[in-house]
Design a protein around this ligand. Structure first.
Ligand SMILES: CC(C)(COP(=O)(O)OP(=O)(O)OC[C@H]1O[C@@H](n2cnc3c(N)ncnc32)[C@H](O)[C@@H]1OP(=O)(O)O)[C@@H](O)C(=O)NCCC(=O)NCCS
Length: 227
């Protein structure tokens, strides 16, 4: 399945244009106390609408974006198939789109000082914890973020939020060609294998992608106002 990833660096995109946002999004934007957070939200949504419009026969300001009870956004006014998910870290925003099947994405700033062992003890499976413990120096935080970004992307795919037990979402082959083993939706005694990727295409940031389809092909691009 094909996935398009777009990265936007918000602080390099200087125009803040509220005109594309829905009334509901503008109300959400006005709730931010800090101007910078408000501007980031407006830019995130404005870019999301412009990108969605590339995939759908709908103008950016006419797209109706609803969200599930747990906050996962989806397009409500189209019969066309479009699956998307977004994630942000600092001023970097990642958008993932697919016409084929559900996806989840995550972007994280690669903090070399992260308490990798402490966090993994709480959220990771035993093989994953061993991998973190046996890694030294920079490799420890690198291994941690490879796992974390993929697990988070899975959480974003299923849309259930961080209440989902991350230690049941296991990443194998972490440093090479990873894949995910997760509890089956239909039968909790069985497991399901999902395709996933970790990308280190953005300096200082890690990207996780998880899909519900086979033979994942990713096209990565940086967003500019010209598209
Ligand atoms: C989903 C979740 C893990 C994202 O965490 P995060 O690291 O802060 O966020 P990210 O930067 O990766 O992604 C944020 C984006 O994810 C999307 N998103 C929000 N909720 C989502 C969900 N449940 N599933 C998938 N994507 C979601 C939105 O597009 C959001 O961007 P926006 O704020 O510009 O609309 C977290 O918000 C969560 O646990 N949500 C569930 C809330 C919940 O359980 N509420 C219970 C009360 S009903």
């Amino acid at each position: 399945m094909k996935v398009d990833l777009w990265l936007a660096k918000l602080d390099e995109l200087t125009d803040v244009d509220e005109s594309l946002l829905s009334d509901e999004e503008q109300i959400r934007a006005d709730r931010f106390i800090h101007q910078n957070f408000k501007d980031h939200f407006i830019k995130r949504r404005s870019i999301l609408r412009q990108l969605l419009s590339k995939y759908l026969a709908v103008k950016p300001n006419e797209i109706v974006i609803n969200q599930t009870k747990l906050g996962k956004p989806y397009v409500a006014n189209t019969d066309e198939k479009i699956f998307f998910n977004t994630s942000y870290s600092k001023d970097h925003v990642l958008y993932g789109f697919s016409k084929d099947a559900e996806i989840g994405v995550d972007i994280e700033f690669l903090d070399a000082e992260i308490e990798a062992e402490l966090i993994s003890n709480h959220f990771f499976g035993s093989d994953e914890i061993s991998l973190i413990r046996s890694s030294v120096g920079k490799t420890k935080s690198e291994a941690f973020f490879r796992l974390w970004c993929i697990k988070e992307a899975y959480i974003k795919l299923v849309g259930k939020g961080l209440t989902f037990p991350l230690d049941q979402v296991l990443v194998t082959n972490t440093m090479n060609k990873p894949f995910l083993t997760v509890p089956s939706h239909t039968d909790s005694n069985r497991t399901e294998i999902l395709e996933c990727r970790f990308l280190d295409v953005v300096p200082n940031f890690g990207i996780g992608v998880v899909v519900h389809g086979k033979e994942l092909e990713i096209q990565y691009r940086e967003y500019t106002f010209e598209g």
